[in-house]
Design a protein around this ligand. Sequence first.
Ligand code: GLA
Length: 663
Amino acid sequence: MADLPGISLGCDYNFEQWSPSVWAEDVALMRQAGVDLVAVNIFGWSSIEPRPGEYDFGTLDSIIGLLHDNGIRVNLGTGTSSPPPWLTTLHPEILPEAADGTTRSPGGRQAWCPSSPVFRERALALVEQVAIRYGDHPAVALWHVSNELGCHNALCYDEASAGAFRAWLLRRYGSIDALNKAWGTSFWSQRYSDWAEILPPRLALSLRNPGQLVDFQRFSSDELLGHYRAEAEVLRRHTTAPVTTNFMVTAHIRALDYWSWAPEMDVIANDHYLDNRLGDPDAELSFAADLTRGLAGGRPWMLMEQSTGAVNWQPYNLAKVPGQMLRNSLTHVARGADSICFFQWRASAQGAEKFHSALVPHAGTDTVGWREVLELSSTLDALAEVAGTTVRADIAILFSWESWWATDTEARPSQDVRYLDQVHAAYRAARRLGVTADVVAPGTDLSGYRLAIVPCLHMVSDEDAALINDYVAGGGHAVVTFYSGIVDVADRVRLGGYPGAFREMLGVVAEEFFPLPPGRRVTLAGGATATLWTEHLRATTAEIVDSYADGPLPGVPAVTRNSYGEGTSWYVATALDDDDLRDLLRAATRAAGIRGTGPESDGSVEVVRRAGADRSYLFVINHGKQDIAHPVTGHDLITGEAVPGMLKVGAGSVRVIREEPVA
Ligand code: GLA
């Protein structure tokens, strides 16, 4: 972690948008708000290199000096996230190309091709200058490479990308024969005879090759990671401060396989915005926080960006109601964040983000928003002793970006089977039961968990499948949901019946998928209801827990349970409605001997524990409209009061209790 005590508060500061008189006021207000860490130079390129090779660090020097003089640490951007107009004018070949072959213009941000050698050279030259100038500056607590790499430009289809893709494929497959085999190119006369014939999967007249599509996703993720690595290497020649970049573990960005990125970060940092387009934004926030903790290997992490209120990029940009920002922030802390930062400090008056909320709103400091910022600041101060503790979970939910790519592709059994929906459904069910889950990569050692949930793990390697199967054989419990284990890493169907990789462990075999059209709901004999998916399943060694009462497959098993080795595995062959999935998971968690940290609820109550060797803290978060009571004994860090056995948590509030005795 960056060397910052307690639970730190931070923000992006786009000082370039303001005059020096505002800077002075801002730094005074930052002190009032107890801001510990300020990100600068995120979009600085056109200011610090106004003309090719001409560097002007005067303003950045002043700002960093001002922050330093006021005891505020700096999260220093390398400044390369968006090329300046002179660069795209001089070298239009760096501009990204979309799948339809059209070039994307500058005028927004991130207008660069990840494989452009010219962009790389110019960016690294800038990084070198920034690193030389500030590499040992005492204010710099953290280096912030670029910004949200791949937010807009992850998939680029131009000639530079084509060349880099071929080189990547050569490294992966070694020979054109191996590539032909992996992509199944005997189909539709797609056999390649030479590397030069291979292109990025640009839009075609018909469905594209799915093996090529998934490899292009892998390549694109690696390509941007390569960019991160190149910038980080330059920085490390000049600094010993930690280096990171801000991830986007969120519902609408799926291009980066952060499991492969995480080991290269000195600290894991995530940007998270509440997504009001989703059915249950609070549950998605908790999921993203738990996944970020998974990327951090269970260690504390940073929330690098969130908003105080509305964003500017959803169709309807909802403001946060009083208390919601504090609740969002403390949910991240409960799930392992030791730093809470915001985009951005002062709301812009101009530019595409002028209607994005900020710590200092357009209306100034005599506002509800500002008072909430001060409240958050004092709350984080009160939680300082929580820093460094970790979250323990009995459940592992397996999450895979590769499965996301392979599931949400072209030509699938149902366009409504979306990977993240299925993962979220499983996560929501666990959350409603009051149990805490770690979100981990397939391939993780599961032996420390009582239960593994494997939602829609469509693409899985032989090794990762074997780990899951061995875990169950060794006494573990698993719940596997439909469309899992279907293809190998080359997107090749595992033959012999679905779900190929887990057939034996689950004790079932399916011969055909029967997806349901929109609006169609099936009923199971036990009364549960489900949508989206059914399949012609037969139990081999499993016992049948429930079967369809209607729909296309009456009498066919829908939920099964199997004894496999020393363990137990459940298969859910349909998309159970939320309450029914929760009920099934309740049975599975009980069978696995898991007790929730919190009560069962409709998701409006979250109880999460962070603990260290000699201390434990219970976060009780009440998203609901009713006051609740929760049994706990200890000391309330926020109110300072003793909690003698029963804690009252008002509607919309959060309480954090140092437990006595330690749990
Ligand atoms: C991202 C970016 C920021 C800003 C916010 C707006 O997280 O990193 O620069 O654009 O989105 O929500």
